[in-house]
Design a protein around this ligand. Structure first.
Ligand code: FMN
Ligand code: SF4
Length: 189
């Protein structure tokens, strides 16, 4: 872990030195530690330890997926700042609520907060939160249904909405109409 972090710090500083507008940090799945694929299948970088760390589920361990990368982002942010750069750092990984996001910013652990699964679960998160209607956010359950679709090279959707109102006219679908590609529209009233 220390070696990985040192390498990440090195690259972060060099990217900052070379004028990157921001650095968005999570943990990526790597091919190096991926499981051997079945005969005829392509190697998938989320099957090994790095893939597990990239997108842990709620069932993964006692820490779960929540804010797992934030302390690492904080360390890298400090090293970038100490090297004399003010490049904004983005933290991502298991951040799903406004409160979590705000705490990270208040503590100065990152400059911007990012999200993948929660934004897929509810692309209207941002509008809802801005309007003070966070209670209406469709919360990601972090069980990685979406990631399993990605692994199978199938169009990625979210289990919280891909079978809702399938009879809605004009919607784009996949799997012969069994999954919608976009969530039902949310309109603030
Ligand atoms: C469907 C899906 C596909 C992803 N594909 C990639 C990818 O190709 N490369 C990568 O580094 N991370 C990928 N990620 C990981 C995200 O970039 C992010 O690091 C991870 O989901 C943790 O953030 P979150 O908890 O907000 O989802 C993917 C995530 C999802 C949900
Ligand atoms: S399928 Fe939806 S609820 Fe499940 S992990 Fe993915 S985004 Fe979250």
């Amino acid at each position: 872990m220390v070696a990985v972090l040192t390498t990440a710090m090195y690259y972060a500083i060099e990217f900052a030195r070379n004028g990157f507008d921001f650095l968005s940090l999570s943990k990526g799945g790597k091919f190096e530690d991926a499981h051997q694929p079945k005969v005829g299948q392509a190697v998938y970088p989320y099957t090994g330890r790095s893939g597990y760390e990239c997108m842990p589920t709620v069932m993964s361990d006692e820490r779960g997926p929540f804010g797992r990368n934030v302390p690492l982002v904080e360390i890298i942010k400090r090293s970038v700042t100490e090297a004399g750069f003010d490049t904004p750092l983005i933290a991502t990984g298991g951040i799903g609520t406004f409160e979590e996001a705000e705490e990270i910013l208040k503590r100065g652990q990152a400059d911007i907060v990012g999200m993948a699964r929660q934004a897929l679960a509810d692309p209207d998160w941002f509008v809802k939160v801005k309007l003070g209607r966070g209670a209406e956010v469709r919360r990601c359950t972090y069980t990685n249904y979406c990631e399993a679709l990605d692994q199978a090279h199938r169009p990625v959707t979210c289990k919280l909405w891909d079978r809702v109102d399938l009879e809605e006219p004009g919607i784009a679908t996949v799997d012969e109409g069994r999954r919608r590609l976009e969530p039902p529209e949310w309109k603030p009233d």
